[in-house]
Design a protein around this ligand. Structure first.
Ligand SMILES: O=C(O)CCC(=O)C(=O)O
Ligand SMILES: [Fe+2]
Length: 635
């Protein structure tokens, strides 16, 4: 039997297994493009254009090679810890994070997008991003630098799903090497009650941006953060380190205010907390420096045609809302052909929309995600035709076209982060308003639910708080014990050997799981790696064999139309399937481990030595403040 009209099906916070809720595939807002092989923006379907173009760059053998599992020799490289031991790991290096054939495919895709969807190519001056006056002198502008992104978000998943899967594998290694599961656990309360800063668990880490970066026209990138919504950035270095001079990546320790620099080899990736740690690129003295930079956030992948300046939660929520309205409009017209389908969908939509409304800013993200899941599971037929062409990038592009074409110096974002926060709030209230309208026209009354939800939330907040306090205390105790233990061990060892242990070789072979005797860290890493691989249930990108069929069935919805009861079951099953649990493999034992790693790797040497003392370039000595006064207003 179906739930009574208007009944709420809330996430069950009482149950332990409900700790992490799963809302559906990360590509749910754009998967329709893959299924239907259509990529419409404005009046053009770019799908066949990009497909043809790619075939000009990639041979049939390349396509075959691309599908094979590629990487067998990932290695762990650098690892930086905030305050040396106090804070989280804020950067790790994964060597051989991308296979050469995938790098080739990515470069081909960039060329095709840049040529055929030129509005997705930007030249991004930092002085414009940060709203510095045009009249400011050229030296200041030059010192702020910039880079040129080609926006590949969603397109990369549509045409190169194998590459995306490989990227997530590398990201998974990074999470475990860095111990970022702990950040996921720590942000659990935020996650439930204030989602913007919540740290994404890997299976919920969608792509907020996927940019192919080059530096023509610029010689550096000033110190900046990538925005509060970003959990982790993964930068894959596609140029050989000998292709350019200078151009070190730098990132600043928050506690010690020290700069760390890295200069990775080709195909290596840096995974770092780019949303909150200042970073940038030192002066590139000559040559070509290219990288694929992906920002992950606690949200699904950004849909096609949306650039980074539109990558706000509220914009994606608006996107969902627009789809919802569009869908409802079509339902209005569909009454005669498909009345049963319509009434069922109306029922589910109205309850979900009601939830989204009632939880408002507190849980709106998750509940709008419900809507997103729903739209996906219902197989929104229009999603592949959805034209997201009112983003800032698109407006800019239109303006540029009127002025005679794309030029260097395109404004990346006209909004300062402060402004975008305001815009976001306005958008949220607008969204809530519009949702009200939708709900008013749909819902048939859910009287006392509001109060119940409120009580539940208050109760749950209190429980969570107590739990966290308890955990933190236990953790602190364990850390102290562990630290003492480590100190003792080190002292003993020093006494025994009569020398200081300072050299820790950070590189190990992941595949072999080989463990240099001196690194407790890495042996623990490979342990946690074994666990993680088995528990990583992130759905793969790319279509399953039966998926096209499944989707077209929903779309056609005629011959095999189930009766009303079956259909309800189906929908419930789908909702259940999409909210399927992932087991969180972080335990208190892992806390020990993270802390032990932290302590032990305090001695890992950084690549600090080889850089000159240029004003533009970050040194790695304590309290170096080569930083410009043009402090970005965010964070
Ligand atoms: O090119 C790099 O290594 C860093 C790029 C970056 O930080 C950015 O584009 O936000
Ligand atoms: Fe950045």
């Amino acid at each position: 039997e179906s739930a009574p009209e208007g009944e709420l099906e809330l996430p069950n916070f009482e149950s332990d297994e409900e700790e992490i809720e799963y809302y559906g595939p990360l590509d749910r807002f754009w998967r329709g493009h893959s299924v239907n092989r259509k990529l419409i923006l404005g009046d053009t379907d770019y799908y066949p254009i990009i497909e043809d173009c790619l075939n000009g760059y990639l041979s049939p053998q390349d396509w075959i090679d691309k599908r094979q599992p590629q990487i067998s020799d990932r290695q762990l490289g650098e690892r930086f810890i905030d305050g040396n031991i106090t804070g989280p790991v804020f950067l790790v290096e994964i060597e051989n994070a991308m296979s050469p054939i995938h790098a080739k495919a990515v470069r081909a895709l960039k060329n095709c997008v840049k040529t055929h969807i030129s509005q997705l190519f930007e030249s991004r001056s930092m002085y414009q991003v940060y709203g510095v006056a045009e009249t400011e002198n050229q030296t200041v502008k030059d010192e702020m630098g910039g880079n040129n992104p080609t926006h590949l978000n969603s397109i990369i998943g549509i045409f190169l799903p194998d590459v995306v899967n490989e990227l997530y594998e590398s990201l998974d290694h990074a999470y475990h090497y860095a111990g970022w599961q702990q950040l996921v656990v720590n942000s659990e309360i935020e996650d439930k009650f204030r989602a913007l800063h919540a740290f994404a668990p890997i299976h919920e880490a969608g792509m907020r941006a996927c940019e192919y970066l080059s530096y023509e026209g610029f010689n550096n990138l000033m110190e900046h953060t990538d925005g509060y919504a970003t959990s982790v950035v993964l930068n894959v270095f596609l140029s050989k380190s000998t292709d350019y001079e200078g151009g070190e990546f730098y990132i600043k320790d928050k506690v010690l205010k020290e700069y760390h620099t890295v200069r990775p080899e080709q195909y290596s990736a840096l995974a770092f907390l780019g949303g909150t740690f200042d970073h940038g690129v030192n002066t590139i003295h000559s040559g070509t420096r290219e990288a694929l930079s992906i920002e992950f956030w606690y949200y699904p992948d950004l849909p096609f045609g949306v650039n980074l300046c539109a990558a706000e939660f509220s914009n994606v929520e608006n996107h969902i809302l627009d789809m919802l309205k569009d869908y409802l409009n079509r339902l209005e017209k569909d009454t005669e052909t498909n009345p049963k389908h319509q009434s069922e969908i109306r029922r589910v939509l109205s309850t979900r929309t009601m939830e989204a409304l009632q939880w408002k800013n507190k849980l709106h993200r998750k509940h709008l995600q419900y809507l997103g899941v729903l739209l996906r599971t219902e197989g929104i037929p229009s999603i592949q035709h959805y034209q997201y062409n009112n983003g800032l990038l698109h407006q800019q592009y239109n303006k540029q076209q009127q002025q005679g074409g794309v030029e260097i110096g395109t404004v990346m974002s006209n909004l300062s982060p402060d402004d975008s926060a305001k815009t976001m709030m306005t958008n949220v209230s607008k969204m809530v308003e519009s949702l009200s309208t939708v709900v008013n026209s749909l819902a048939t009354g859910t009287a006392n639910t509001n109060e119940t939800i409120k009580q539940m939330m208050i109760q749950q907040a209190e429980t969570n708080k107590q739990m966290m306090i308890q955990q933190t205390t236990t953790m602190t105790n364990q850390t102290t014990t562990m630290n003492n233990l480590m100190m003792l061990m080190t002292k003993n060892e020093e006494r025994r050997q009569g020398s200081l242990i300072s050299e820790i070789q950070p590189v190990i072979d992941l595949q072999q799981g080989s463990t240099p005797a001196s690194t407790l860290t890495n042996s623990q890493y490979s342990l946690s790696q074994e666990q993680s691989t088995s528990s990583n249930k992130r759905p793969k990108h790319g279509l399953d064999d039966d998926e096209t069929t499944a989707l077209s069935t929903v779309e056609n919805g005629t011959s095999d139309e189930p009766d009303e009861g079956e259909q309800e079951d189906m929908i419930e099953e789908q909702m259940e399937a999409t909210t399927n649990e992932e087991s969180n493999d972080v335990t208190m034992g892992d806390n020990d481990q993270t802390r032990a790693e932290t302590t032990n790797t305090a001695n890992v040497p950084g690549d600090f030595s080889q850089f000159n003392n240029n004003n533009n370039n970050k040194q790695t000595t304590t309290n170096t403040s080569a930083k410009t006064d043009m402090n970005p207003p965010n964070e």
